[in-house]
Write a protein that binds this ligand. Structure first.
Ligand SMILES: Cc1cc2nc3c(=O)[nH]c(=O)nc-3n(C[C@H](O)[C@H](O)[C@H](O)COP(=O)(O)OP(=O)(O)OC[C@H]3O[C@@H](n4cnc5c(N)ncnc54)[C@H](O)[C@@H]3O)c2cc1C
Ligand code: SF4
Ligand code: SF4
Ligand code: SF4
Length: 384
């Protein structure tokens, strides 16, 4: 039986009703519906694949319809943008090293912090869960840098941002395109002080599987994980290395050998909505889109030093004006849309043929056994 049918039955027995989407593909888990509900009738609950979905308590709901108005899947952006396409990397190597690609995020963040604004992005909490949170100082900013290949939890973030904007403060928000679209719908009006940026997005893996993976590594190495970098750049290999720290000891290796990343990039554990994502385009409702400049070695070989270059698409006049003010901090060049060889700008990630089997095994097996099975499969395929 389909998972969502099982979940629906479960919800029914609890007196909850699932009304916001008919299929799991129709919910990206942004959480905006739960945040906007005036009577707190919506609760995000984790399914057996490890993703969070909203459940509506029909006994509390007053049928105001706000949850549907803020849903980024139901309200897609469909306009054409007057885009500018750029390649850019921050001049300060230390800043670029501490970011995943060319470091456009910290440059924008510092612009906002210098104006006593607030920056919202994804960081780790003490349990190594990925959550959206705010930074209003350079020190707090460090944790928001770097890509975390896990779906982030945005609980309460949209309301918090509205409050800061109402106080007339500058706000930079960076998230997946569906999260950024959700924020814009949640706010329901334009704010001069908001810079809404979204990422080129491969898709988000299961936070439930991530949680189990962290616990598994902690048990294996008898300690507490305090950091996991998915894009370590010390080897100057375009960030294709991982580095994590357990009880002060660092473990490093190729991204293509880390089990979690193998499961992620093999498309076994992406959120179902990611496989039919409508945000894989250059036209977005955000101010700007940022990502890795794939193919830099062909477009500008002189800039390819293995330490990362950002791809930037400026959509709005506001983004174009801010760019004029921050570009002095970057080495950059103007380019054409066709120079951006990003598959996720033209279509979503495909689903692994064995995803169903993978998830079935994940649901029924103890995690340590499940990982051993993944290891065996990796050994088998690498021999072929
Ligand atoms: C799940 C995911 C998939 C991605 N897929 C692609 C891709 O296919 N192609 C591509 O070109 N780029 C992709 N990116 C974007 C890329 O990895 C960089 O994050 C981006 O280029 C910004 O790099 P930077 O050097 O400017 O900033 P950095 O300093 O590295 O900052 C990273 C920014 O991303 C935000 N962020 C980190 N993790 C998450 C998360 N889990 N959810 C929401 N926001 C997050 C941080 O808050 C920060 O604002 C992806 C990012 C994520 C999180
Ligand atoms: S219709 Fe209104 S009250 Fe009901 S769940 Fe949606 S936001 Fe909440
Ligand atoms: S608002 Fe977000 S979490 Fe709620 S139903 Fe829509 S996509 Fe899902
Ligand atoms: S792939 Fe699409 S649906 Fe999935 S997280 Fe990214 S923007 Fe959202």
């Amino acid at each position: 039986m389909e998972d969502w049918v099982q979940d629906f039955k479960y919800a029914k027995t609890k007196g909850l009703e699932m009304e916001l989407y008919a299929k799991k593909e129709e919910c990206c888990g942004c959480g905006a519906c739960a945040d906007v509900c005036p009577v707190q009738a919506i609760r995000m609950e984790r399914d057996r694949e490890g993703f969070d979905y909203p459940y509506v308590d029909s006994r509390v709901c007053i049928r105001c319809g706000r949850c549907e108005d803020v849903c980024p899947i139901k309200n897609q952006f469909s306009e054409k943008c007057a885009n500018r396409y750029l390649g850019a990397r921050v001049k300060d190597d230390k800043t670029r090293y501490s970011s995943s690609s060319g470091g456009i995020f910290p440059v924008l963040a510092e612009y906002v912090l210098a104006r006593k604004g607030v920056v919202y992005g994804a960081g780790y909490n003490e349990r190594m869960e990925v959550i959206h949170r705010k930074a209003d100082s350079l020190k707090q900013l460090d944790d928001l840098k770097r890509t975390k290949y896990v779906q982030s939890n945005t609980q309460g973030i949209f309301s918090d941002i509205r409050q800061r904007l109402e106080e007339k403060r500058w706000v930079l928000f960076v998230g997946t395109p569906c999260q950024t679209r959700a924020l814009k719908l949640f706010l329901g009006r334009e704010y001069d002080g908001l810079i809404a940026a979204d990422l080129v997005c491969y898709g988000v893996p299961s936070p439930g599987i991530w949680k189990n993976y962290v616990r598994y590594l902690e048990k294996k190495y008898h300690g507490k994980m305090t950091d996991f970098s998915f894009r370590d750049k010390r080897a100057r290999d375009h960030g294709h290395s991982y580095a994590y720290v357990i009880d002060g000891k660092e473990h490093t290796g190729s991204l293509f050998r880390d089990r979690f990343c193998i499961m992620y990039f093999g498309n076994y554990m992406l959120r179902p909505s990611c496989h039919s994502c409508k945000f894989c385009t250059v036209d977005r409702g955000s101010d700007l889109t940022i990502g890795d400049f794939w193919g830099i070695e062909k477009v500008r070989p002189d800039m390819d030093d293995g330490m990362g270059t950002s791809m930037v698409i400026l959509h709005t006049d506001k983004a174009k004006k801010i760019w004029e003010q921050v570009r002095k901090n970057m080495d950059w060049f103007e380019c054409e849309k066709d120079d951006l060889k990003q598959p996720r700008l033209s279509g979503p990630s495909g689903m692994a043929k064995a995803r169903r089997l993978f998830m079935m095994l994940y649901k029924i097996l103890p995690f340590s056994f499940f990982i051993r099975l993944i290891d065996a499969a990796i050994r088998l395929f690498s021999r072929r």
